[in-house]
Design a protein around this ligand. Structure first.
Ligand code: HPA
Length: 266
């Protein structure tokens, strides 16, 4: 059976139209889903193992405020597999079961003192600085995906409205994708700033490209875990990302729960 067929049979009458990829710090959102159906990635053909600590690797489908939702707890990164298309089977399965909206979340380093750790940033646009692309090798003409409006205006407006309604501060900015897994150097961060980035991170952009390729509408938010390399006196670490992610993660969870429960994402 294909991953899509397995998802369909496990979900039964539940028909989510929106999926949320839970990055660092957003994991607890999966525990708040009512009537959850949990499916480990290992049971879904093509779904990648997600080896990064802090990322579980399971689909959690259920309801928020009475509305169906599918959460992806854990993602695979380019730096784990050397394949920017590692999430393609996942997004293809979602599209095949009728999901047409994708909300991506991640942990990121901020280039802006006025967007400090603990902040949530709505991604308005991105810069692909990885040198890679999830559509390398894609033979069809569909590979020439337009990204002029990659981040869906209606979904962005819904997230902004939800932030406003919940009294949650929401920054906006451009996310620059570095391959990782090493963190950036201070010189790279100075370059990123000159190039127009507000935050840097190691995920999300390949999923945005794949989602647009598959015709899904997309929005994405970063949880700021640190000021980027060279902006403070201290070295960056994955431990810091894991320790700080729950702070902004709780804020972003409040925004997304409200948006879903109110039907703003429909
Ligand atoms: N750089 C890249 N990725 C990150 C960072 C960072 O500073 N913080 C969290 N993820």
């Amino acid at each position: 059976m294909s991953a899509a067929d397995i998802l369909k049979s496990k979900l039964g009458s539940l028909k989510p139209y929106v999926a949320i990829v839970l990055g660092s710090g957003l994991g607890p959102l999966a525990d708040e889903v009512s009537n959850p159906v949990r499916i480990p990635y290992a049971d879904l053909p093509g779904f990648p193992p997600s080896g990064v600590s802090g990322h579980a690797g399971e689909v959690v489908a259920g309801e928020f405020g009475g509305r169906p939702v599918l959460l992806l707890a854990g993602r695979a990164h380019y730096y784990e597999h050397g394949d920017a298309g590692v999430m393609r089977p996942v997004l293809e399965a979602l599209a095949a079961i009728g999901i047409d909206r994708l909300i991506l979340t991640n942990a990121a380093g901020s280039l802006r003192e006025d967007i400090p750790p603990g902040s949530v940033m709505l991604i308005t646009d991105h810069i692909n600085f990885s040198g890679s692309n999830p559509l390398f090798g894609e033979p069809s003409e569909r590979r020439f995906v337009g990204l002029t409006e990659a981040y869906d205006a209606r979904l962005r407006a819904a997230i902004e409205a939800s932030a406003e309604a919940t009294g949650t501060p929401l920054a906006k900015g451009v996310y620059m994708w570095f391959s990782g897994p090493s963190f950036e150097t201070p010189a790279e961060i100075r370059m990123a700033r000159v190039m127009g980035a507000d935050a840097v991170g190691m995920s999300t952009v390949p999923e945005v490209i794949l989602a647009r390729f598959l015709g899904l509408r997309v929005a994405a938010c970063s949880v700021v875990t640190n000021l980027a390399a060279g902006m403070t006196g201290s070295e960056l670490s994955h431990q810091e990302t894991k320790d700080m992610a729950p702070i902004g993660g709780a804020r972003l969870a409040a925004i997304l729960k409200h948006a879903l429960g109110e039907g703003l994402l429909s």
